[in-house]
Design a binder for this molecule. Sequence first.
Ligand code: SAM
Ligand code: SF4
Length: 481
Amino acid sequence: MSETLTVPEVETTAPEPGPKRLFIKTYGCQMNVYDSERMADVLRPLGYAPTDTAENADFIILNTCHIREKAAEKVYSELGKLRLMKEARAAAGAGAMTIAVAGCVAQAEGEEIMRRQPAVDIVVGPQAYHQLPELLTRTARARGERIGADFAPHEKFDAMPAVRGVEGPAAFLTVQEGCDKFCSFCVVPYTRGAEWSRPVADVLAEARGLAEQGVREVTLLGQNVNAYDGAGPDGAVWTLAKLARALAGAPGIDRIRYTTSHPNDMSDDLIAAHGELEALMPYLHLPVQSGSDRILRAMNRKHGRAKYIDLIGRVREARPDIAISGDFIIGFPGETDRDFEDTMGLVREVGYASAFSFLYSPRPGTPAATMGVQVPADVALARLHALQALLLEQQSAFNRAQAGRTLDVLFEKKGRHGRQAIGRSPYLQSVHVEDADHLIGRIVPVRIEHGQQNSLKGRLADTSLKQPRSASAASGNQNGA
Ligand code: SAM
Ligand code: SF4
């Protein structure tokens, strides 16, 4: 909810350097020597430790100098030798070698280097060294490898016992891990590694197991859940929309949610699924972080304000009543009053049903931590309070607007008073209903009497669901509404 003032639970400790070896050959001035050290620094969290020889290196960077005329030719000749080394290594089955050209030659010649010497994987100019982890991850992904975490997620999932002892009728189901996006403020790509999706068969098997234990609603989890690209049983890569369609037909699973999504992975088929699948709940958590294009660029979000607003419009076209939620970061380095006003304007334009908002917190090792001017704490806090007041106003209005409607509620647990039960509306609102504890585990229509800031109150809409006060209340998880 938007009253959240704290920074979310994101890990701050980078993994220890792994066995991967980094060789940097530095040409030219002291500035290049300094830059080479910084490049080693940004790669350390991904498990790269410096080595003295190119022969056994997993990643080789030529940090070049353009000061003399023959510099570029010297680089091409060096690259020719590295290409032979790379081929020999591949032939010996010793794993892939990644080659990058950095420095002034990279800046001056750009993509031409890759055209002339295809063994080069990455060309990066001096202003973009902070992007090396992202570029390296992209290269590895193109080869079908995974960089960044010192564990293989499939091993983790394989080693975990089947889910047992689920409490209540709503459960989480992890389908995706890691992130390739490298937002400049975020540690997740360093701590969780690159994007990886669980195979479809494993996800469906886990969902079946959950349904057998009385689960009616699954929330598919992932750092970038809508980037899901799991291997399907048909040999094809399945999108999140395709996975949702399969789950929607799974016996016992009546409701599907997913979180958290990135705007750039909000595909047409996922948007269409919101209009087509009854089981896909009308709720979308789509973080935007800022309403200012300037700040979005500095955040390396790779989308602008207009794209986000357009996406929301298309999602609402597919599912007009959908509840929109988001994440916001306030006080990002360099954020001006004008940038903040752009964020407030975006919130007014979108209209949120709920939201999370955070004060920017510098994370060591991320590019934003060393970016220009940090916003003074009192200014950032005042902005956060103004944003949260607006978001809470919108949340209250959304909740109040449910009064008089009949909503399907999945009852999850007993409430604090008497035979009260608490459930969730399709829009993820908490709904409190008296004399309903015999309905825990079931989805039943509830007439909403009024909406408050954080919850709704209602009464059972169908008289056949009412149970006399004298009857036994403790019926536990019941299936089959
Ligand atoms: N992958 C999701 C996305 O891009 O929207 C979110 C994952 S992140 C763990 C959850 C939220 O934490 C982000 O959306 C962002 O608002 C917030 N967050 C991440 N790093 C932060 C930082 N350094 N300071 C403040 N908030 C941060
Ligand atoms: Fe972090 Fe951005 Fe990845 Fe979300 S998309 S986990 S905010 S880097």
